[in-house]
Design a protein. Structure first.
Length: 240
C-alpha cells in the first residue's frame, strides 16, 4: 500500500483504491467531459496550432514519466494540465491529457485501468479546468501588464491546480475509499505534498510558457487577444 500511496503523490490512482460505484461514477464523468471536449476542441485549433497540440501531449507524457524528489523518500511529477490549457486551450488540453493517461495506463501500468476514469477526471478535467479558470481570472486582474505577465500567470495557475486536484481525490476517497488509510492522514499528506509538487509545476509551467511567448506568442492560446493588442500598439507607435 505504501507503493500505491507513492503513486498518489504523482496523482495516478491505482486499481482498487476506490470502490466500484465511485470508479464507475468517475468513468461516467470522464466520458461526458471528453465527449464534450471532442466537440469543442475544433474551435481552438487551426492549421498553425494543431501541431502544437501533438507536441504538448508528447511533452506532458515525457514529463509525467520523470519524477522529482519532494522529500521524505517521496517524489512527484508534472501534471501538465495548466501548461496544456494555456498553450492549446482547455478543451484540447483535456484531450491531450486523456490520451496521455490512457497510454500510461494501458502500456506502462501507470495508474490502474479500472481507475482510468478517475485519473482522467482528476487530471484531464479537474486539473486542466482549475488551472485554466484560475489563469483566466488572473489574466483579467493583470490585463494591464500584457504579454509579459502570461508566463507568471500560467505558473501561478499551475501551482493552484495541483493541490485542488489532490483535494478532489480526497473527496472521492471520502465517498468510496477502500485503502486502509485514515481520511485525515490522507488529506494532510495529499494536500501538503501536492502543495510542494505544485511549486515545481508552477516553475516548469512558467519556464515553458515563457520560452514560447518569447519566440511565437501567436501560438499560445492563453495569449490570444493580448498578441493582437500588442501588434496594434506597435503599428500605432510606428505611425506616430
Amino acid at each position: 500500500m505504501l507503493g500505491d500511496f507513492g503513486r498518489l503523490l504523482g496523482m495516478h490512482v491505482p486499481d482498487g483504491f476506490l470502490d466500484a460505484p465511485t470508479s464507475i461514477g468517475t468513468a461516467v464523468v470522464a466520458v461526458a467531459g471528453v465527449s464534450l471536449a471532442l466537440s469543442r476542441a475544433r474551435r481552438e485549433l487551426d492549421d498553425r496550432t494543431a501541431p502544437l497540440a501533438g507536441l504538448v501531449a508528447v511533452f506532458v507524457f515525457a514529463a509525467q514519466m520523470l519524477n522529482f524528489p519532494v522529500g521524505a523518500g517521496t517524489s512527484g511529477h508534472l501534471l501538465g494540465g495548466t501548461l496544456a490549457a494555456v498553450l492549446v486551450g482547455p478543451w484540447t488540453a483535456t484531450l491531450c491529457l486523456t490520451v496521455v493517461l490512457a497510454v500510461q495506463a494501458l502500456l506502462f501500468a501507470d495508474g490502474g485501468i479500472t481507475a482510468l476514469g478517475t485519473n482522467v477526471t482528476l487530471m484531464a478535467l479537474v486539473g486542466v479546468w482549475t488551472g485554466w479558470l484560475v489563469f483566466v481570472g488572473l489574466r483579467r486582474v493583470a490585463r494591464g501588464y500584457g504579454l509579459k505577465a502570461v508566463p507568471a500567470l500560467a505558473g501561478g495557475a499551475a501551482f493552484v491546480s495541483v493541490p485542488v486536484a489532490a483535494l478532489a481525490f480526497t473527496a472521492l476517497y471520502a465517498v468510496g475509499g477502500r485503502a486502509p488509510i485514515p481520511l485525515g492522514e490522507l488529506v494532510t499528506a495529499m494536500v501538503g505534498w501536492h502543495t510542494v509538487i505544485g511549486l515545481g509545476e508552477g516553475v516548469i509551467t512558467l519556464l515553458a510558457v515563457g520560452s514560447i511567448i518569447a519566440t511565437r506568442p501567436d501560438l499560445v492560446h492563453g495569449a490570444r487577444g493580448l498578441v493582437e493588442t500588442r501588434q496594434l500598439e506597435i503599428r500605432t507607435e510606428a505611425h506616430a
